[in-house]
Design a protein around this ligand. Structure first.
Ligand code: GTP
Ligand code: MG
Length: 303
């Protein structure tokens, strides 16, 4: 199955909600068209601001292109939606003269950090890259075991210490091991106890600094994992987390479980953060690299 097919399958619930209505609206094109289109977009959590911008832009574009067909208009909307996603080149697409590339996964409890860390390992391994995992969520023994199981299944080493160990110490060991073994990437899972904001901030700061201890230029991305099924709460989690730690991108999980996948557009646009990956299930292969064009196409078009 190609990437676009997988995206379409993963976003099925959102597609059912938006794509069929959008299709019907463009076919009918009655006087309520713009109003109804805005409603449909909002119903999938694209957010009132982005929905209004997209519709106003479409209206303007159609005025300037009186000869355009419904298909042309839909293509325009699709391209505009894709442009709402800020983009930047991720560290793993660049050469790294400074040793291993480090990805730090952060986010509140239960959003899918550990699962995403495991899936990322599977993804990068499938790309021919060498990976090591770090179990820096030392809060619960179960969290460490969960990551170790991913490591066993994928035959990827996992750096871990005892429950209760200093997460920064685990992160340091992970990056050092990656450097010593000349591996391409170190993926580090963290705990997300947001109820203790100051501790979490201090913990993430410490992790961030020890990662760069052996080489201050070590490339690091801090990815915030957000559960797409929680709707508006995703906005407040992002709001909180960006006060706690610098963020370089988002991973939206559980898109398979929601019809409100438009939240990806709203979050990326509002906070100017690139979406790096989307989670569309629990299996190792259910993490897809994010492509704004394919995303927009899959939620706006039925075919
Ligand atoms: N359907 C679906 N389930 C997912 C996805 N990603 C994660 N999950 C499930 O969400 C649950 C929580 O995932 P974890 O990876 O344990 O979440 P976590 O953020 O590490 O949780 P804590 O360590 O408790 O903070 C698990 O049952 C995962 O299988 C996804 O993309 N789709
Ligand atoms: Mg976890």
């Amino acid at each position: 199955m190609g990437l676009f097919e997988k995206i379409k399958e993963g976003l099925l619930k959102t597609r059912v909600k938006i794509a069929s209505s959008v299709d019907a609206l463009f076919r009918k094109k009655d006087p309520a068209f713009y109003h109804d289109l805005e409603e449909v977009l909002i119903s999938a959590d694209i957010g009132p601001v982005v929905a209004q911008q997209l519709v106003l832009d479409l209206q303007e574009w159609e005025k300037n292109h009186p000869e355009a067909t419904a298909e042309d208009s839909l293509s325009h909307l699709e391209a505009r939606m894709a442009q709402e996603f800020p983009s930047s080149q991720p560290i793993w697409e660049k050469e790294s003269p400074h040793g291993p590339q480090v990805l730090l996964l952060v986010g509140v409890n239960g959003v899918g950090k550990t699962t995403t860390t495991g899936k990322l390992a599977a993804y990068f391994k499938s790309q021919g890259r060498t990976v090591i995992l770090g179990a820096a969520d030392t809060f619960r023994a179960a969290a460490i075991d969960q990551l170790r199981r991913w490591g066993e299944q994928l035959e990827i080493p996992v750096v871990h210490q005892k429950p209760g160990a200093d997460p920064a110490s685990v992160a340091f060991d992970t990056v050092r091991a990656a450097r010593a073994r000349k591996l391409d990437m170190a993926l580090i899972d963290t705990a997300g106890r947001l109820q203790n904001k100051h501790n979490l901030m201090a913990e993430l700061q410490k992790i961030g600094s020890v990662i760069r201890k052996e080489d201050p230029e070590t490339p690091v991305e801090i990815l915030l994992v957000l559960d797409a099924t929680i709707g508006q709460n995703a906005h407040s989690q992002l709001e909180e987390f960006r006060k706690i730690t610098p963020l370089s991108g988002l991973v939206l999980t559980k898109l398979d479980g929601t019809s409100k996948g438009g939240v990806a557009v709203a979050l990326a646009q509002k906070y100017r953060l690139p979406v790096r990956f989307i989670g569309v299930g629990e299996k190792a292969t259910d993490l897809l690299p994010f492509d704004p064009g394919l995303f927009a196409r899959s939620i706006l078009r039925e075919d």
